[in-house]
Design a protein around this ligand. Structure first.
Ligand code: JFE
Length: 461
């Protein structure tokens, strides 16, 4: 590939003789020509700028000087492309020459653009200074023979195009075949990591200034390491680049991906949303009761009648019952997941009972292998519109962390109907294991639950 740069500061480009770019030039993979724009001036003072038509601050670069420079550079003969035969039929194909103009008002340079530009035969970079180059220059060269790209690096203002040109040359240059010695290190971009930020990297020493390399990276469990790295990528992306989360292909995200994103406040299914997981406030008894009544029937076994369900809701899920619990945050922890949109809708909640000898239903304590004083996760529900979003897993982890932070309990226990396979898998994935069974009556019918427990100090998400 041939790269030509036109600038009033050729010395900026000395950096291209170093490192990878220098070696690529020595090997003939890249050929870079740097030209001083002032060679194409025609006055004693070698003038390249003038005052702007229409008034305003600063100076603008003259199109006539640029036109003479670019005509010459864009028509210079290029060596024939390696490994390609000229087409035996059809119109003769000229080389692909791209004129690239750095400007703060250009299209932000992306990896995708760099990949595309790596297929050009020649890239000519026209580096402006002052307030930029007369617009007619870009407009003139946009034609059959030339592609013109006006690009920026991002939303900040530089003093001229030189630094942006160096960035483009490096981003494109390393994609040219042979420039990067180990092509594997080009980017590990599969369709599943596409659009995510990189996970953090660590090397020796293992302990540095009191900071340890994450334990998981020291073991040989490659699947666990891959999962951990993916979680770190997801959390970073959610926090630092919400714009990237908004463009993720949600079909490439598994349920744990969704849970990790939801925990970081970004729900991607069934529709993208921002979500806040927080403790319920005292004034919210009505809203939480409504959510509880709407979600409770979803998890009820089929043999329960509507009357049974209604009676249960009346006794346990009423506004006054939640008002009582919300007034007692020492023993009753209610977390809610709330949409951060105009609706402010509550879409999920957990209820955990921490304290006292009667935290746990009596039949669970008798039947299960529970430590006395385990916290009881009584409810973990998400409204049906948001099933599969990851919100339930995010709520559950937050509820367990909340119990851990209170410091009174070493376990969290819960009961889930033996027929509910999805719930069992969900809790297993979150570190719960079977501790026993319990039977209790709902109206006339016996209901059998698995009793599941998780030790809150062991498993960290
Ligand atoms: C030039 C300048 C104020 C230009 C025309 C040429 N991402 C990015 N930021 N800044 C640039 C690119 C850039 C590129 C080329 C440039 C800045 N300037 C300075 C200053 C307004 C301008 O508008 C001249």
């Amino acid at each position: 590939m041939r790269i030509d740069v036109v600038t009033i500061f050729p010395s900026y480009f000395a950096a291209l003789d170093l490192s990878l770019m220098g070696r690529a030039q020595a090997q003939g993979l890249l050929s870079v020509g740097v030209h001083d724009l002032r060679e194409w001036t025609d006055d004693r003072h070698r003038t390249v700028d003038d005052t702007p038509y229409g008034g305003g601050a600063g100076m603008v670069m003259r199109p006539d000087v640029w036109g003479r420079a670019l005509d010459e550079v864009l028509t210079a003969p290029l060596p024939p492309r390696e490994g390609t035969e000229p087409p035996s039929s059809g119109p003769p194909q000229g080389p692909r020459r791209v004129l690239a103009l750095p400007t703060p008002s250009g299209t932000p340079l992306t990896q995708r653009m760099a990949e595309d530009l790596a297929g050009a035969d020649q890239i000519v970079l026209a580096c402006g200074r002052y307030e930029g180059i007369d617009q007619r220059v870009a407009d003139h060269y946009r034609s059959e023979e030339h592609e013109v790209v006006e690009f920026s690096l991002g939303d900040y203002v530089l003093n001229g195009g030189e630094v942006a040109a160096l960035v483009l040359i490096e981003a494109v240059g390393r994609l040219v075949e042979g420039v990067v010695g180990n092509p594997e290190s080009l980017v590990e971009e599969s369709y599943s990591t596409e659009g995510l930020l990189e996970y953090p990297a660590y090397t020796k020493p293992r302990s540095w200034r009191g900071m340890e390399v994450p334990e998981i990276l020291l073991g040989g469990n490659h699947a666990a390491i891959a999962r951990w790295r993916r979680d770190r990528s997801l959390v970073r992306t959610a926090h630092r680049r919400p714009d990237l989360v908004a463009r993720l292909h949600t079909s490439h995200l598994d349920i744990q991906d969704r849970e990790v994103l939801a925990s970081a406040g970004r729900v991607v299914r069934p529709r993208r949303a921002e979500v806040l997981i927080r403790q319920a406030r005292e004034g919210e008894a009505r809203a939480v009761s409504e959510l509880a009544r709407a979600t409770f029937p979803l998890a009820c076994p089929a043999f329960l009648t509507e009357a049974d369900i209604e009676a249960f809701a009346e006794d346990h899920l009423s506004e006054s019952e939640f008002a009582r619990m919300l007034a007692d945050p020492d023993d009753h922890r209610v977390l809610v997941a709330q949409l951060k949109d105009g609706s402010q809708e509550l879409i999920g909640y957990t209820l955990t009972i921490l304290g006292g000898p009667d935290a746990m239903p009596a039949e669970m304590v008798r039947r299960g292998r529970l430590e006395l004083g385990a916290a009881y996760l009584s409810k973990c529900y998400v409204s049906s519109d948001w099933h599969g979003s990851g919100v339930a897993g995010a709520l559950l982890e937050r509820a367990v962390a909340d119990v851990a932070a209170r410091g009174r309990n070493s376990q969290v226990a819960l009961g889930t109907n033996i027929a509910n396979k999805r719930a069992r898998n969900f809790y297993r994935r979150h570190g719960f294991s079977l501790a026993g069974r319990r039977t209790f009556m709902v109206g006339e019918v016996a209901n059998i639950d698995d009793v599941l427990v998780r030790n809150i100090t062991v498993h960290q998400p």
